[in-house]
Write a protein of this length. Sequence first.
Length: 575
Amino acid sequence: MAPSSVFAVGFVLAFLSLCFSTASADIVETSFIVKNLTVNRLCQNQVITAVNGSLPGPTLRVKEGDNVIVHVFNQSPYNLTIHWHGVFQKQSQWADGPEFITQCPIRPGGNYTYRFNLTGQVGTLWWHSHVQWLRATVHGALVIRPRDGQKYPFVKPYREDTIVLGEWWNANVIDIENAALATGAAPQISDAYTINGWPGDLFNSCRSISNNTYRLDVVPGKTYLLRIINAALNTQFFFKIANHNLTVVGADAAYTNPYQTDVVVIGPGQTTDVLLTANQAPGLYYMAAHPYASAVGGTFNGNTTTAIIAYQNATSQTTTPILPILPAFNDTPTAHKFSSNLTALVTSPFWSSVPQTVDEDMLVTVGLGLSPCGSNQNCSGIFGQRFSASMNNHSFALPSTISVLEAFFRNVSGVYTDDFPNQPPLVFDYTNNSNSFNQDGLLMAPKSTSVKKVKFNSTVQVVFQNTALIGVENHPMHLHGFNFYVLAQGFGNYNATEASKNFNFVNPQERNTIGVPVGGWAVIRFRANNPGVWFVHCHLDVHLPWGLAMAFLVENGGTPESTLPPPPADFPKCT
Ligand code: C2O
């Protein structure tokens, strides 16, 4: 045998053994071309920024364990990043995406390749831009199926589909955000909600080709897995399908015990996987969503977005579908029942038990406030000031010259402080809104870039406590880099002695985003087993720029696997 063929055989054997050892993990590689395009919605043309020319953007379909490579080309006029919402980013921390937390944005004309692995995560996640309000149109689904040889822990669905709930403005969302930030006002509310990019039939002032409705054809008797994602900027939804019950089997890419319900409540950032069986009389049925608007006296768009479930053998394919009756906008009992009844499927191969001890015990207030208008300026927030928001009286401000993660990695001082407190600076009657405007010192939380530093592998418990300053509201709080366990939720001021009696240590739902009950609290716990800088924020994009955020800085753990690697070669430059 000639030396060259010996080499070839050896190479082939090495290649095969590589294939066998990672039998079911693939590399999924794709490109995102991000640019402006004109679309027609609500009977008018609108320029939006979108990925690969579609709204929602492309669905990434992968298997658990796969390696994902996404080349992002920013051909839009805006700064851009992509966040892989819910992905742990172990050993790929530089791919997480929030601007000035993880990375500086990809400038117009620039590009960056996101590389990460999806081991230990199955279900529905999604991706979205993490720069200003761009995610209104820059988002899409990330569907993670079990790896080869593994199954769903529920009946195999006949088909799967993604249902992306969105929010639409007849305007440029970046302009809307900037206009509001300039005056300190609350931003203009949206003009419609969408299902898979379309407002639906109830916006029938303009029935035309441009006002399409999403339609799902079903075969009678078959069971479908619907992966529902709330990609709306500022709206929590009630979601129903007329005459059909749903069985929740997963949330935020973690399996749940099967939970039967006729309504799903879903906040921005959350995903809910449900089974739908086409077991009703053949016909047309609407799926519909409208806001769960928890803020008392808040302004919102009360429209309903719809899509159609069409039975294959329905005699008429054009009659008006049956519309479900959605809960009232302020039906907090229904919202709370749904979100507090989900439990984890502990027989899942990805389940690990709840840490029983707590190293960092935190009570963190979350809510709105004001910030000073500034001299010689005119502001349109309450009292002529600017709307603001804070956690533990710290109103988060993003750095602007380097990301917090890079500042940590390179030991750059002056970018952030690590003084985020474990407790609110002042104990007060958090949820009593009758005296809220008297809490002057608390209304005006100072702006800072304050992180909470924790040791690698420490266990962290956070009680998110909603405050009633300015107004009470359900805040969907999202943690990057981890799933957390939801141990308990309730209303009023948190009382540790009472609440801890009801902690669920057995099968608490595992999530990355929790709607903190309006005028109430939620207790989460996680193990900080991922070094890096992990953003924590309200997923209502109206509150994020106001400062409703903080970050965890998880220190290195001393082994190669527990050490933050250096940034990749193409990491976007900040200047
Ligand atoms: Cu889905 Cu920081 O966000």
